[in-house]
Design a protein around this ligand. Structure first.
Ligand code: GTP
Ligand code: MG
Length: 480
């Protein structure tokens, strides 16, 4: 069927990169006629396009170029360093294959006599002249595929395609960036993205202690604990590293981060953070958790973490959650061992209303719902950290300080709130350090702006539930 699934559209969008795209069908050989003339009529001078061939072997393949097609009487190569060939669908393959451009000066070939033509081989010339459909409506294309301009080691696109398969359709999609504009006014009170503001934030966070402004003494509670929960790869550990990096002045990797199919974080870790002068610990701990994934329910373990029973470094065991007999189980947890704020971490690039993609799978969402029920019962405040805003919005990727002025990010925050049934104001957009060799003011400001919200939420919880016991007159040291 000549239709892309939402997942395939998402794959293509990821292959192209640079933020969300729309794909509008502008030409179909089946509907418009399989001829160079019809192709050029519909596809010339419209900017970036994706050409896909759907064949009788069930394969879907083609090419992307950011340059407009044109009808020129003699063949003319055109430069495009963003072009690529791709194999989207093939029996036995689940991931889209990308064949990068090797020789950008001959990325596409303009020729009024030919349909879409990529590379000087030509690496993929879909058809020339006019092809009539057979009795079944299939096209026997006179394609040429000789790999020169696009990657062909260890194998080329031509190697993957069944050569004698006829085509049910050749479709060209116009590819556009989905409307991204910078709003004149921010959609939420934004931090000042300036050095002085970063200094103020660092001071504020470094001099924080729980319920400081409610007359609670500095040593009443050693620290508040913020727990990060979310699907695998959402960037939980990366956020911890980003916050730590601000105080170290260079990008650190205290918490292991990366991209795997199973959770990179396998143990429960409580990360204390040392102040920038290295002289004292800050009064909060960031608690990192195993990523949630289908079929691996850790709700019982999360409950134990919330209640403060779980020791630092506890390794999750899916079939055998923590119990009172587990080594290290804290039988009599104090307030400093419990969780005071829960932050669900989501990946902004995972969601797309157009592509029917959600932030989380149904199973992970059910797991989060169960966790939310427990968190609700305990009255612990809940926030959402919406990571990877750079992958969701090109403008924010170019300049992190645009985050609170991007309509796309505003929409994503609303969608993230809806996804977990929390108000949009609880959603904190974030871009982590992941490629940057050194810290930058914008990312550091965003990290601390978000931490401040988490500390405020933790303070609200303590004020409502523990103010009396923490106040000086009724104070019993929480230090163990
Ligand atoms: N573009 C981009 N990538 C990010 C961002 N944050 C994290 N990443 C990348 O996302 C991947 C996963 O990040 P992790 O921090 O390991 O995610 P996690 O939630 O801890 O994953 P598990 O421990 O496996 O559950 C890594 O390759 C990071 O570099 C971000 O803000 N932007
Ligand atoms: Mg992790």
């Amino acid at each position: 069927m000549a239709n892309l699934t939402p997942k395939e559209k998402q794959s293509i969008q990821n292959l192209i990169g640079e933020g969300p795209k729309s794909f509008i069908k502008v030409y179909s050989a089946k509907e418009d006629g399989c001829s160079a003339v019809e192709f050029h009529k519909k596809c010339d001078n419209i900017g970036a396009t994706l050409t896909l061939i759907y064949n009788s072997a069930g394969e879907v393949y083609g090419g992307y170029t950011s340059v407009s097609w044109q009808s020129v009487p003699t063949k003319q190569p055109v430069y495009d360093n963003t072009a690529f060939l791709c194999l989207l669908r093939k029996e036995g393959k689940t991931d889209a294959m990308k064949y990068q451009i090797n020789l950008p000066p001959s990325a596409i070939m303009l020729d009024s006599q030919s349909g879409p033509t990529f590379g000087s081989g030509p690496d993929l010339q879909v058809f020339t002249g006019k092809i009539s459909p057979d009795a079944d409506g299939m096209f026997t294309l006179n394609s040429s595929m000789t790999s020169i301009s696009y990657t062909h080691l260890p194998s080329s696109l031509a190697d993957e395609i069944k050569p004698d398969a006829s085509a049910s359709d050749v479709v060209v999609y116009s590819v556009k960036d989905t409307c991204q504009t910078i709003m004149a006014k921010p959609w939420r009170l934004e931090p000042k993205f300036e050095k002085e503001y970063l200094r103020d934030l660092v001071d504020e966070v470094e001099s924080y202690w729980p319920l400081k402004d409610m007359g609670v003494p500095e040593d009443a509670l050693q620290n508040v604990n913020i727990l990060f929960i979310g699907p695998i790869g959402a960037g939980k550990s990366s956020f911890l590293n980003s916050v730590e990096s601000v105080f170290r002045g260079h990008v650190t990797m205290s918490a292991s981060a990366g991209n795997r199919t199973k959770s990179v974080t396998s143990a429960y870790r409580q990360y204390p953070i040392t102040a920038s002068d290295n002289r004292h610990y800050l009064k909060f701990q960031l608690c990192d958790c195993r990523g949630l994934d289908d079929g691996n329910n850790i709700t019982k373990d999360v409950e134990a973490i919330l209640e403060g029973h779980t020791p630092d470094n506890y390794t999750f065991n899916i079939s055998n959650p923590l119990t009172s007999t587990t080594h290290g189980f804290r039988k009599d947890p104090k307030l400093k061992d419990k969780i005071h704020c829960v932050v669900y971490v989501l990946d902004a690039s995972k969601y797309s209303a157009d592509f029917e993609m959600s932030f989380v799978t149904d199973d992970v969402r059910d797991q989060i719902k169960d966790i939310q029920d427990i968190v609700d019962q305990k009255g612990i405040p809940q926030l959402i950290l919406l990571n990877k805003v750079d992958m969701a919005c090109l403008l924010t990727k170019q300049d992190t300080s645009h985050v609170y002025r991007s309509e796309t990010i505003l929409q994503k925050c609303q969608d993230a709130g809806n996804c977990l049934g929390l108000p949009p104001m609880t959603v904190l957009p974030m871009k982590n350090y992941f490629m940057e060799p050194s810290t930058t003011d914008d990312i550091s400001i965003l990290a601390l702006y978000n931490i401040r919200q988490m500390l405020r939420a933790a303070d609200t919880f303590l004020r409502v539930n523990h103010l009396d016991e923490l106040r000086a007159d009724r104070y019993e040291s929480q230090y163990s």
